[in-house]
Every structure is written in C-alpha cells, then in structure tokens.
Design a binder for this molecule. Structure first.
Ligand code: PEP
Ligand code: MG
Length: 557
C-alpha cells in the first residue's frame, strides 16, 4: 500500500484499477508535415464532435482553437523551414511549438500563459501524427482510474469518457485543463503527484479522493473497507448536497453559520438562483476592468453592482475594490513592467497611484447601493496609512455624488482583506479602524511562505497547512473578536473542508466560497460542534510540522 499526496483538483471519490497512459511515440517521422497536419486536423474534428456530444459546446471550443493554431501558416512554415534545413521533422515541430509556448509562458498575462499550454499540446499532437502514433487502440474498455504524467485535452478525449472513474496526474495545477475537464465530467481528479510513473502501474488498485488531493495505491483490507464505506456515503452525498443548497447553514451544536458566495461577475448569479446563501462575501470587481479594451464607464459599473446588490438584498454584498497588478494586467492602465509584480504595485497601491479610477469606482458602488446596504472591501492593505487614505477617498466620493445631486448609500461598511503578513500581525490595530475583516488566504499563504502562488516550482512550499498561516489567521480572528468586528474567510481555504473545523474553532462565523462548494460546506458545518472545534484548533496549534497538521486535518486517507 502506498499513500500519495497531490493537489486537490476536482472533488469526489473513486476506487478502480489504474490505467497508466504513456505515449509510445517514435522519434522519427513516418509521414510528411503536410500529411501530419491533415491527420491532426482530422483527429481534432473527431474529438470536437465527441466533446460536443458528451460534454457540450463550451468544452468543445478548445478543439476548434487547436485547429486554428494548426491552420496557422506562420507556425507551419517555420517548421517547414527547419525541416528544409535538414532538421528531423518531429524535432522541428517540437522546437518551434516549444519556443512559441515558452515565449507565451513568460508573459504576465494569465490568458497568454494558458495559450502557451495550448501551443504545447498542439505541438505534441503534431509530433504524434508525424511519428505515426495511433489513436490509442489499446485504451481500456472498462472503468479505470486514468493515471499519466500529463494529460492534454486531446489525450483525455481519446478515451471513452464513460470509462473514466477518476484522473490522477503529476503535471497540471488546480486550474489545468485536466481539472476543468474532470469537473465537467463530474469525476474526481488529483494532480501534482510526484514521480507518478514510479508510483502507479497499470492494474494497480487505486482509491482517489479528489477533495483532499490524495490517492492510495493497492490499499490494505482495512483501508479498502474504510474507503468503500466512504464511497457508499458519497453516493447519497450528492443528493444531500443539492438539498442542503436550499437550506440555511447550521453547526451540529445548533448555531446558525453564515455561508456567502464568491463571484467575479453578475453572470455568476445564475448559479445561485436556487441556493440559500448569506449574500456575496467577495465580489472580485477586476473583471469589469479586464473584459473591456477601455475603462468601464461609471454607468456600466453602477449597473453591474446594482444587479448584484438587488439580487442579494436584504443580505450584504461585499464589493472588493479593484485589485489588479500581480498576474492581473490591464493594458489601458499603463501599468509599469515590474520585476516582481506580486510584490509590486497591486491592489490598493495601484489605486493610490490612480486615485481617479478608485474614486470613480467608489462613486459607482455608493450610487448603486443607494436603496440598500453594501460592504466595501479593500485589498492588499499593509499599513494604516492605506486604510485611512481609502476612507478619505470614500468621503471624497460621497461629496462628489452630493454635488451632482445623485443619491448614494449611507448604510455602508468598510473592511479590509487580511492577505499580507503586515496586516495580519497588526490586526488588533486595524480592527479598531474598520468594520470587518475578510481573510484572503490565497495571498496570505503566498506572502507568509514567500512562495509565488502561481509558480509550480514552489508549489510544495506554498503550503496552507504551514503553522505560520494558521497562527496568523487565528491571531486576526482573536483581534476581530476582541474588538467586536466580524471576520470571514474568502480565499480558497474557505472551500477547503479540512480547515472548516479549525476556522469554527477560531470563532469565525462566516465563510465565502464559490457557488459549487456551498452545499458541501453546509454539510461539513453540520458535522462540527463549537466545543470540539476549539479542541481541534488547540491540538493543531500544538503541532510543529505541516505534514502532521495536514494528516491530522484530513483524518485518514
Ligand atoms: C485571496 O488572496 O485569497 C483572495 C481572495 O484574493 P485573490 O485570489 O483575488 O487575490
Ligand atoms: Mg488576494
């Protein structure tokens, strides 16, 4: 038996024999480059149709994008010119696509970086076709846990999707194509398993827990029986989760708990239509700025905010002011190129350099909330100066609206994201000067562990189970309680059910998660009692090692 740790990709449990997918490609071309393009286009067309039928139009779009890349004359002519210069065709295809993908991968823009993967996948497909790799006639015809170093969408679609019980890979993070596909298929996925090729062989029996990012290879009888029991529970879980979506959240000990939603766009409200939730805990407003070529107008912004506020009333909507910088680059803001953008001008810092943009957003928020109430959430705060500056600009915004005789909201609260160590460590001081805290664990983990949240090389250092992270959140929660202000978590850790009990133990009474996690979170809360949660937190705080903490919080597999 071997227990494998990875990254939680898509939730769910599965236990089946493994099929290890390894491409068996020769290095020499057996067809011409033109023929290989033709074969690849034919394959993509078939895969597109298959994706359309089994997954829907949206998921099929990626194959159309690949076809367009293959039809790009510039790409193919670069490969041809290297072949004409005597290079082996497969090596030429690999070199050209590799170089293009490398250029895109170094871009700061997340969208461009994703295109880098697409070019790499297209390069692989072209090499397969050049070297005569088949469509994989050896694919299993029974349900399997599909294991591979990496799975491109093309690889995955070669399988009969009905036969995929789960996916486990080494490459690809929590937002990779593999994970997106697994989510749309509704099957569990775990990525980031180191040395997977040595750990899983075709025929091994593998239990996969996609929520916890774990897999057990050839479990002993006891572990197998335990897992089978969880599988049985999982079957009824889905029904239960769906029904829980429609009711309030309670702890086992009876207290009401607030479960809010994270959104990035008013369109996200559709997924909340038949859900009971306590308002929006995080509205990432950056999308308003990134989806257009120029700055959104006051009216556009106010309309978007009002739509969300009206939908959620009488609950609060927490509108986070523009948080660009880091990996979120907006061309028209003329952002300077920075060596370390995550340590550069982002969030509130960028607003301090562009006060007019900030004031306009505040005016739009206050105007949109004129008949309701609203929470204004400030990102990337590191010092009181920034909070005081932002509060003074809220006054300026109100004054401007008044001068224009426009109605505005008086019933607003001002809070800060706790996402830098500086802010967390001075939470006692901040708590006296703002109305609420919301913990941004994605950035907090990054800045506490000094590991870039998007850099795969340091993914194991970027570890939320690090005691320093837990201590800081606990410190902020205490500071909030002592000063009588509410604290919520809105980063990804709010949706990590390993942490729910210790958050309750810290006295946190509100969590904000993406809508698909609302039912699962309510279920987890229903199994937690306040008194036990406090004990669990004390136990974790007495541990010294992140692996010990992680194992304890995962309790079992
Ligand atoms: C966070 O940092 O946890 C957070 C919620 O903000 P974002 O992920 O948008 O940086
Ligand atoms: Mg953040």
């Amino acid at each position: 038996m071997e227990m494998l740790r990875g990254i939680a990709g898509a939730p769910g449990l599965a236990a089946e024999s493994a099929f290890f997918y390894k491409k068996n490609i020769g290095k020499t071309a057996v067809v011409s480059i033109d023929k290989a393009v033709e074969i690849s286009l034919g394959r993509l067309e078939k895969l597109k149709e298959k994706a359309q039928n089994s997954l829907g139009d949206d998921e099929a779009k990626i194959f159309e994008a690949y076809k367009m890349l293959l039809e790009d004359e510039a790409l193919i002519s670069q490969i041809k010119s290297r072949i004409d210069n005597g290079e082996e065709p497969a090596a030429a295809a690999k070199a050209v696509t590799g170089r293009m993908s490398g250029i895109l991968a170094s871009k700061k823009n997340e969208y461009m970086r994703q295109r880098a993967d697409d070019i790499r996948y297209v390069g692989k497909l072209l090499c397969d076709s050049l070297c005569g790799a088949g469509d994989g006639e050896d694919k299993p015809n029974k349900k399997v846990v599909l294991a591979a170093y990496e799975l491109t969408p093309v690889d995955t679609m070669l399988f009969d999707l009905k036969n995929l019980a789960a996916i486990v890979t080494e490459a690809g993070g929590a937002t990779s194509h593999t994970v997106i596909l697994a989510k749309s298929l509704g099957i569990p996925a775990v990525t980031g398993i180191e040395n997977i090729e040595k750990k899983i062989k075709t025929g091994d029996f593998v239990c996969v827990d996609g929520e916890r990012g774990r897999a057990v290879v050839n479990p002993d009888n006891e572990r197998r029986a335990e897992f089978d029991m969880r599988l049985e529970e999982e079957k009824t879980l889905v029904e239960k989760i769906n029904s829980l979506k429609k009711s309030k959240a309670y702890l086992k000990s009876g207290e009401v708990f607030s479960v809010c939603a994270n959104i990035g766009n008013p369109d996200d409200l559709v997924s909340l239509e038949d859900t009971v939730f306590n308002g929006v805990g995080l509205f990432r407003t950056e999308f308003l700025y990134s989806q257009t070529k120029k700055k959104p107008s006051f009216d556009n912004q106010a309309e978007a905010y009002k739509k969300v506020i009206d939908f959620c009333a009488p609950e609060y909507v927490t509108i986070r002011t523009i948080d660009v910088g880091g990996d979120k680059i907006i061309d028209y803001l003329n952002m300077k190129k920075e060596e370390n953008p995550f340590l550069g001008s982002r969030g509130i810092r960028l607003c301090m350099d562009n006060p007019e943009i900030f004031i306009e957003q505040l005016c739009a928020v206050l105007y949109a909330a004129r008949d309701e109430k609203v929470k204004i959430l400030l990102p990337m705060i590191t010092s009181l100066k920034e909070l005081e500056w932002a509060k003074s600009l809220i006054e300026t915004a109100k004054k401007r609206l008044k001068e224009k005789e426009m109605p505005y909201c008086e019933n607003y609260l001002v809070g800060i994201m706790i996402e830098t160590p500086a802010c967390a460590l001075c939470a006692d001081i901040f708590a006296k000067r703002c109305d609420f805290f919301s913990v941004g664990t994605n950035d907090l983990v990054q800045y506490v562990t000094a590991a870039d949240r998007g850099n795969g090389n340091v993914a194991s250092v970027y570890n939320p189970y690090n005691l320093a992270v837990i201590r800081l959140i606990n410190f902020a929660a205490k500071a909030a309680a002592e000063n009588g202000i509410p604290i919520s978590i809105c980063g990804d850790l709010a949706a990590n059910l390993d942490f729910t009990e210790i958050f309750v133990g810290m006295g946190i009474k509100s969590l904000s998660v993406p809508s698909p996690m609302i039912g699962r979170l309510k279920k987890r809360l229903g199994a937690i009692s306040n008194a036990e949660a406090e004990k669990t937190l004390q136990k974790v705080l007495s541990m010294e090692n992140e692996d010990e903490i992680e194992d304890f919080l995962k309790g079992g597999i």
